[in-house]
Design a binder for this molecule. Structure first.
Ligand SMILES: [Zn+2]
Length: 483
C-alpha cells in the first residue's frame, strides 16, 4: 500500500511540473555566460545546441549562441528560424540577462510539459545570442556600469550598430531610379566606407548561413519597439518617417512586443528622458503605443535592423527595453517578468502570413522569388520586397491579415500566381506551395537574358546588373568625397 502511495506521489510530482530552475538573476560575466548555456544544454540535451559564431570578439571572446529546436543543428522545411541578439552595445546589458533567463525558461517549461512552449519549440528553430559585444560589456562593467557611453562600442571603439554595410542607401537609390530590385542587396555593395569589425562580420556570416525569418536586437536606454527603416530617405537627422515596403507587418511586429510587455505601450507612463523641450531625441513613446519607426525617432546609417531586412529574408526590429542601460542586479528579475510574455509573443510572430515550398516535377527550387501584392483594398498594392526560397525550396512570408496575390518566379519557369487569405490570430502560417512548369524552350531566356531581381513577367527583361553597379558606385563615391 505504502509503495503505491509513493508511486502516486512521484506521479503527482511529475505531473505538476516540479522540475525547478537553478537559474540566478545576476549580471553574468563573460566566463559565466557560456557555463549557463552549457548547464541549460545538459538539462535539455535533445532540444538545444550551444555553438559559437565563426569569429570571436576583438579581445578573442567567443560569441556564443544557444539554439532551441527539436532537431538542433538542422534546418527543416516549414519550420521558421528566429533569432534574438543581445548586448550589441556593451553597456546595454538587460537583453543579455533576459536571453539567458529566456533560455533557462524554455528548457524548464519544456521539461515540465508546458504545451504551448513544447509546440513553439517543435514548430520553430530559435537562436539566442546573449552578447554580441562582450568586450564592451567588460569595459562598461569594469568602469562602474554607470556611464551612458563607456562600453557602448567594441574594443576598436566602433559602434557595432553603425558598422553594417549601408544597404538603405542602395535601396533608396534604386527606388529613385524606379528599379524594382528590392532584396538581398549585399551583393550590390561594391565598396565599404569603413572596415567591418569582427563581431559584425561574425553576425553577417551567421545571417547568411541560417535562413532566419524573424529577428530582434535587444538594446537599452529607452522603452520602445523600433522598426525599419532606421535611415531617413532625405538624410534628415530626426523626425522623418521612413517606411519600408513592409511597414504594415513591421508595425504589427513592433506592436506585438510593446503590447505584450508590462508597460511599454502604457500611455500613462513617463518618458525616459524628461529633459528640456528642445531635446529632439526625447519622446514619450508610451503615448504612441510603445512603438516608433526608426528614422521618425532619429536616423542612423549602418544599423543591423535595416541590414537584416535588405540583405536577408529576416524581418528585424530593435527593442529598447528600459530607461536604464545597466539596471542593478535586484531589478533583473522584475524586468524578466515585464518582458517574458513579450519575448514569447514575438517569437510566435514567425508563424504569421504564409509559407510553403516552390518546386517542379523533380524537386525543390532554391532561390526562387516569392512576390506579393496586397489585394485587400480596392487598389492592389504591390509589396516591393520579395523574399526567396532556401535550400529546401521553402519560403516564409510574414504578412498581416488580408487578401494577397502571391507569385513564385524562377528563371526558366513560367511564373505561377495564387490568391490567399491571411486570417487574424495565427499560430501557424497558411501553407501555399507552388509547382512551376519549365519553359518549353531554353531559347526564350537566352534571347532576353535572365531576370533574377524580382522583375515580373511582362516587365522589360533586361539584365540590369551593370546598371546597379554603376548606380551604387556613383553613390558610394559621392559618399566618400563627403569625408
Ligand atoms: Zn543600443
Amino acid at each position: 500500500m505504502a509503495y503505491f502511495y509513493i508511486v502516486f506521489l512521484a506521479l503527482l510530482v511529475a505531473c505538476s511540473g516540479l522540475v525547478s530552475s537553478t537559474f540566478v538573476w545576476k549580471h553574468h560575466n563573460n566566463e559565466e555566460l557560456p557555463l549557463v548555456l552549457e548547464e541549460i544544454h545538459e538539462k535539455c540535451p535533445n532540444i538545444t545546441r550551444v555553438y559559437a559564431l565563426t569569429e570571436p570578439s576583438v579581445r578573442n571572446v567567443p560569441l556564443y549562441v544557444i539554439e532551441f529546436s527539436d532537431s538542433p543543428g538542422f534546418h527543416q522545411p516549414y519550420k521558421p528560424e528566429v533569432k534574438y541578439v543581445g548586448n550589441i552595445h556593451g553597456n546595454e546589458v538587460l537583453g543579455r540577462e533576459l536571453l539567458l533567463g529566456l533560455a533557462d525558461y524554455l528548457c524548464e517549461r519544456y521539461l515540465n510539459h508546458d504545451r504551448k512552449i513544447k509546440t513553439l519549440i517543435h514548430t520553430t528553430r530559435i537562436h539566442l545570442l546573449p552578447a554580441m559585444n562582450p568586450d564592451g560589456w567588460q569595459l562598461s562593467t569594469e568602469t562602474g556600469a554607470k556611464d551612458y557611453l563607456i562600453g557602448r562600442n567594441n574594443n576598436h571603439s566602433v559602434d557595432l550598430n553603425r558598422n553594417f554595410p549601408d544597404l538603405d542607401a542602395i535601396t533608396f537609390e534604386l527606388e529613385r531610379q524606379g528599379i524594382n530590385h528590392n532584396n538581398h542587396l549585399l551583393r550590390d555593395v561594391t565598396r565599404l566606407t569603413a572596415p567591418v569589425e569582427p563581431e559584425t562580420r561574425a553576425v553577417i556570416r551567421w545571417m547568411m548561413a541560417i535562413p532566419f525569418v524573424l529577428s530582434a536586437a535587444l538594446h537599452g536606454g529607452d522603452l520602445v519597439a523600433n522598426y525599419p527603416y532606421d535611415e531617413s530617405r532625405s538624410g534628415a537627422p530626426v523626425s522623418e518617417y521612413s517606411a519600408s515596403p513592409d511597414d504594415d507587418t513591421f508595425r504589427d511586429l513592433a506592436m506585438t512586443y510593446a503590447e505584450s510587455h508590462a508597460d511599454m505601450a502604457d500611455p500613462q507612463r513617463q518618458g525616459c528622458r524628461v529633459s528640456n523641450s528642445d531635446d529632439s531625441t526625447s519622446y514619450n513613446f508610451g503615448k504612441q503605443g510603445g512603438v516608433t519607426n526608426g528614422a521618425a525617432w532619429y536616423s542612423l546609417k549602418g544599423g543591423m535592423q535595416d541590414f537584416s531586412y535588405l540583405a536577408t529574408n529576416a524581418f528585424e526590429v530593435t527593442l529598447e527595453l528600459g530607461c536604464k542601460k545597466y539596471p542593478p542586479t535586484e531589478e533583473l528579475e522584475e524586468e524578466w517578468h515585464k518582458n517574458r510574455e513579450a519575448l514569447l509573443a514575438f517569437i510566435w510572430k514567425a508563424h504569421i502570413g504564409i509559407k510553403g515550398i516552390v518546386g517542379d516535377d523533380s524537386g525543390f527550387i532554391k532561390n526562387a522569388i516569392v512576390s506579393v501584392v496586397n489585394i485587400t483594398g480596392p487598389v492592389p498594392r504591390p509589396i516591393r520586397h520579395d523574399i526567396t526560397t532556401g535550400d529546401y525550396g521553402d519560403y516564409y512570408r510574414l504578412l498581416t491579415p488580408g487578401h494577397y496575390e502571391v507569385t513564385a518566379i524562377h528563371p526558366g519557369y513560367f511564373p505561377v500566381s495564387r490568391v490567399v487569405t491571411v486570417p487574424h490570430h495565427q499560430t501557424a502560417a497558411r501553407i501555399l506551395n507552388f509547382k512551376l512548369e519549365p519553359k518549353t524552350s531554353w531559347f526564350d531566356d537566352y534571347t532576353y537574358g535572365s531576370f533574377p531581381y524580382g522583375l515580373h513577367d511582362g516587365q522589360p527583361r533586361i539584365y540590369k546588373r551593370s546598371l546597379y553597379e554603376q548606380v551604387t558606385n556613383m553613390m558610394l563615391e559621392k559618399k566618400d568625397t563627403k569625408h
